[in-house]
Design a protein around this ligand. Structure first.
Ligand code: C2G
Length: 135
């Protein structure tokens, strides 16, 4: 990451079937610092977490995220338990998550600031999939 990155933000997610809720949280996260790293859940982690494979593969999701103006770098999130390692590796100053995770990551506040942002209402990957299925 380059020298303009004085305040580094990190966030995590699956970002499957990319939608407006994803874009909004990423641009809000980016505006809290100078650079944004995104940990994209691996296909295996997603299977363990949600019991189903994502619609888009990890390669596709990484490429979509890396192509966004508000994202400075992406990496694969292999395990929910590795957050401390990722925070240290990417020298993050702020961990941003949606408020569906509120309180779940407070214990990382000894490593960086932890902030939960409100989710965009009425949109989710599941809802988009259902909308397509009923077309
Ligand atoms: N999000 C949002 N508004 C929505 C939907 C999602 O702000 N309407 C946010 C979530 O709160 C999350 C991010 O978008 O911060 C990514 O959402 P998901 O892909 O659902 O991520 P998730 O599967 O919860 O993975 O280590 C944590 C996990 O990897 C998070």
């Amino acid at each position: 990451m380059n020298s303009k990155c004085k305040k580094i933000v990190i966030t995590f997610g699956t970002f499957d079937v990319f939608h407006l809720g994803h874009l909004r949280i990423l641009s809000r996260a980016r505006s809290m610092g100078d650079c944004l790293w995104v940990g994209v859940s691996s296909d295996a982690l997603n299977m363990a977490k949600k019991g189903r494979a994502p619609i888009y593969s990890e390669e596709e999701r990484l490429e979509i995220l890396a192509g966004l103006k508000c994202v400075d770098g992406v990496f694969l999130e292999e395990s929910l338990e590795l957050k401390a390692d990722y925070i240290k590796r990417y020298e993050a100053n702020i961990l941003v998550m949606g408020d569906d995770w509120k309180g779940k990551f407070d214990h990382y506040s000894d490593l960086c600031e932890v902030v939960y942002l409100s989710r965009t209402p009425s949109i989710s990957t599941t809802e988009v999939i259902e909308r397509i299925q009923t077309c």
